[in-house]
Design a protein around this ligand. Structure first.
Ligand code: ADP
Ligand code: MG
Length: 478
């Protein structure tokens, strides 16, 4: 008759049928049976970390209880005992996923003629970690769409190089990969100040490697990266097709991994979908923990917006926040983009209420109604309706009071319309707001003026020159 402990293996087999292979491997592969308690009503099993315990209990309790009930029918409660996997076992696991050592030593594709001690300008000082302090765990809002990634990112800090190595985070753009990657670095810097941490976008890594090849400093390059304790590479998909970079990275990866140095990678796709990356690297990427971040649901977007609105001290009522969350379902970068624009608009004209109408016109950009992508990147730092007013008055040699007043004199009317056009084009303000700023004019007057200038711009060189000059003055180029 099988021992009580043996049934645990059957439980695990049963769980395998309910979970994806990566879920099973991540959460249950290391769990073992410990004992039964309270006449078989409690089962004690091991988990490798507190994070496992919490996550399993929250996400897989139902599945686990069902599988347990099949083989231990009296059990009504599961007790988790945290037992860190012995390092030797981890080493065995790692070596199973590594290719033979010969793979590394027989490699003749990289010529190393250089002297290792050279100082290189293209590699930042060893002490420079490239971390941006603005990305922290504190300001990363945890939602259902990113909770696994955020949880694992947090969890590896206490177990650097041991728990999940590498950690591979993937998602579409603007969903927080860089933020999390940098947060891992910043947090580590805080708790392990002596760690050699390096954040590096994959493209920079590629460029550094190319220069080191040209300068025949490949030894130095390898040595530089081999000395890192925590290597954070962003957007690893750019390694696609870069065979020589892949080669050197493969060796660096193996070296760091074998020395229990933590590696975290981000990508826009899961490892197996990366095209142009060789299988041996894909299998390395898959060998630790792979987590993804999903596009945020409405509820997630709401909580992210609320958090950001509070941090920016923006006076936005909940209805407006809701409208933004509803309209923008792409990614968090776009949510931030809208908030930044609102903040800029409120800063420019603090005395004018930010209306629903303005919000709608702003959101329409994201609904594809305005197609000029320039508008999204315009700098609003120095240009304001006030500076536009001054500039236009200067260009046309007229008084502010004329421009803001009711004069219909041709020169004044044209200047006014150019001012409208600039406010729309440079600041992307709505017609009603521009109208209110320029002496309380109706929004249709502004729209008409804007359209007229837009038309004149097609073939009236004088108008074109005036606008070019105005823009130069506004950007302080003359
Ligand atoms: P990715 O690298 O996936 O393209 P980023 O990390 O650059 O995305 O995120 C885009 C922007 O959204 C950044 O400014 C980042 O700070 C912000 N962001 C993303 N996710 C969150 C989150 N969960 N909480 C707060 N800000 C976030
Ligand atoms: Mg990024």
């Amino acid at each position: 008759m099988p021992a009580l402990k043996d049934y645990w293996l059957l439980v695990l087999e049963d769980l395998k049928t309910k979970l994806t292979p990566s879920q099973f491997k991540t959460w249950f592969a290391l769990s073992e049976f410990v004992e039964m308690q309270e006449s078989g009503r409690k089962i004690v099993i091991t988990v490798p970390s507190d994070f496992h315990k919490q996550y399993i209990d929250r996400r897989f309790r139902k599945e686990l209880l069902e599988s347990v009930a099949k083989y231990y029918p009296q059990v009504i409660h599961i007790v988790y005992k945290i037992v860190k996997p012995p390092e030797t076992e981890q080493k065995i696991q790692q070596s199973l996923t590594l290719e033979p050592a010969a793979d590394a030593t027989n490699d003749k594709s990289i010529e190393d003629n250089s002297e290792p001690e050279k100082i290189s300008t293209y590699l930042p000082k060893k002490s420079l970690n490239n971390l941006n302090p603005k990305y922290t765990f504190e300001n990363f809002v945890v939602t259902r769409s990113n909770e696994l990634a955020a949880g694992v990112a947090n969890a590896i800090i206490a177990e650097m190089g041991k728990l999940y190595n590498p950690l591979f985070i993937h998602s579409k753009v603007g969903l927080g990969k860089t933020h999390l990657l940098q947060a891992i670095g910043n947090k580590t810097l805080e708790v392990k100040p002596n760690y050699n941490i390096k954040y590096i976008p994959a493209e920079t890594f590629i460029n550094q490697w190319i220069i080191s090849l040209q300068k025949k400093e490949t030894n130095y390059f390898r040595e530089y990266y081999n000395s890192i304790d925590l290597l954070l590479i962003d957007d690893i998909q750019f390694f696609a097709g870069k065979e020589s970079t892949q080669e050197v990275f493969f060796h660096i990866f193996n070296y760091l991994h074998q020395n229990n140095k933590q590696i975290v990678l981000t990508s826009d796709k899961p490892p197996q979908e990366l095209i142009g990356i060789p299988e041996r690297l894909v299998s390395r990427f898959n060998s630790g923990m792979v987590v993804d971040i999903f596009p945020p649901e409405l509820e997630d977007r709401l909580s992210i917006l609320r958090d950001k609105v509070a941090r920016l001290n923006l006076l936005l009522d909940d209805q407006k926040i809701f409208k933004i969350a509803q309209a923008i379902n792409t990614n968090i970068r776009d949510l931030e983009g809208v908030l930044n624009k609102i903040q800029a608009r409120i800063r420019l004209m603090p005395h004018l209420e930010f209306t629903d109408q303005e919000l709608e016109s702003l959101l329409s950009v994201y609904q594809g109604q305005i197609t000029n992508p320039d508008l999204l990147t315009k700098s609003v730092d120095t240009v304001t309706p006030e500076t536009i007013l001054q500039t236009v008055c200067r260009l046309f040699s007229i008084d502010k009071s004329d421009l803001l007043g009711s004069s219909r004199e041709k020169n004044v009317a044209l200047a006014r319309q150019i001012a409208f056009w600039l406010c729309k084009h440079e600041l992307d303000l709505s017609y009603p707001v521009i109208g209110r700023f320029f002496g309380g004019r109706n929004h249709t007057t502004v729209m008409h003026g804007y359209n007229k200038i837009q038309e004149l711009l097609q073939n009236d060189h004088k108008i074109k020159d005036k606008i070019i000059l105005a823009k130069k003055i506004l950007s302080k180029q003359c």
